[in-house]
Design a protein around this ligand. Structure first.
Ligand SMILES: [Zn+2]
Length: 268
């Protein structure tokens, strides 16, 4: 798993700071994401409890319906890890750590995390990062393959190269800002209170003081919540309303408490 979250894109970002074009088609992006997801499934313990997994899928589906952009085949899975984190793979797969469900105090906070990840996918952040990484790290041979034939083979090649080289996606600060803003819109359009997104960041700050290890993964891949809280607060405060919590969420929390505790993410 560590290989998947270890990021080697700094060189790419320095060399191509304004590369907004995409060499990756929507179809390729979906295929790359599915291959990456197969790899993640081999390494990440999935929480298969149908009530919990089905609940997260239902929240995710509601959010995905509100996403702009291509109609990606979104999927939502729960990793049985206690650290607070979530991640999106290109073209549809979203994972949320069980730790988020333990830390959140209402449904809108969990929906906020999922909305942020859906926004990364909908805004095609992965496609632009893949483009930058392809250009910077993989050389002209593969670039030629990507440009030369739009078939599945080239997408598979790109995905395989990324995975075997341990290169995976790190979104830029601009991408994170955009995912917060677009995620907030998705969250609200799907009927939740936008303040849930801000509250989750506040939960993260509290957890960082109480138990730094539980949020370390999140902070290594996301900008500090402080900046984001300030920016989102103004936005989320306007025209509140929407669902904050449901009995289902509290039932899911109670159910999780009765299960064996979530695992710690392996450290390599
Ligand atoms: Zn993000």
């Amino acid at each position: 798993m560590r290989a998947l979250v270890t990021i080697v894109l700094c060189a790419a970002l320095v060399a191509y700071p304004h590369a907004q074009f995409s060499l990756v088609s929507v179809e390729q992006e979906i295929e790359i994401g599915q291959q990456a997801n197969a790899q993640v499934r081999k390494e990440v313990p999935e929480l298969r409890d149908e009530q919990v997994a089905g609940y997260i899928r239902s929240l995710g589906r509601r959010l995905a319906q509100q996403a702009s952009g291509p109609k990606y085949p979104y999927t939502f899975s729960v990793a049985d890890y206690r650290e607070i984190n979530a991640f999106a793979l290109p073209g549809g797969p979203v994972w949320i750590h069980r730790g988020v469900l333990h830390a959140a105090t209402n449904e809108s906070q969990v929906a906020g995390v999922l909305a942020h990840e859906v926004a990364h996918i909908a805004q095609r952040h992965a496609a632009s990062q893949l483009t930058k990484a392809t250009v910077a790290n993989l050389g002209l041979g593969l670039l030629g393959a990507v440009l030369g034939n739009g078939g599945g083979a080239s997408a598979a090649q790109v995905a395989a190269s990324f995975l075997t080289n341990g290169i995976f996606l790190k979104f830029s600060r601009d991408d994170e800002r955009e995912a917060d803003a677009a995620g907030l819109q998705i969250l609200r359009r799907a009927g939740w209170d936008g303040r849930g997104m801000v509250e989750l960041f506040e939960v993260l700050q509290r957890e960082a003081k109480r138990n730094p290890g539980s949020v370390e993964v999140f902070f290594s891949s996301h900008p500090s919540p402080q900046d984001r809280i300030a920016r989102l607060q103004a936005e989320a405060g306007r025209g509140g309303g929407g669902t904050r919590d449901t009995p289902q969420f509290q039932a899911i929390k109670a159910r999780l408490q009765k299960m064996a505790p979530p695992r710690a993410m392996p450290r390599h």
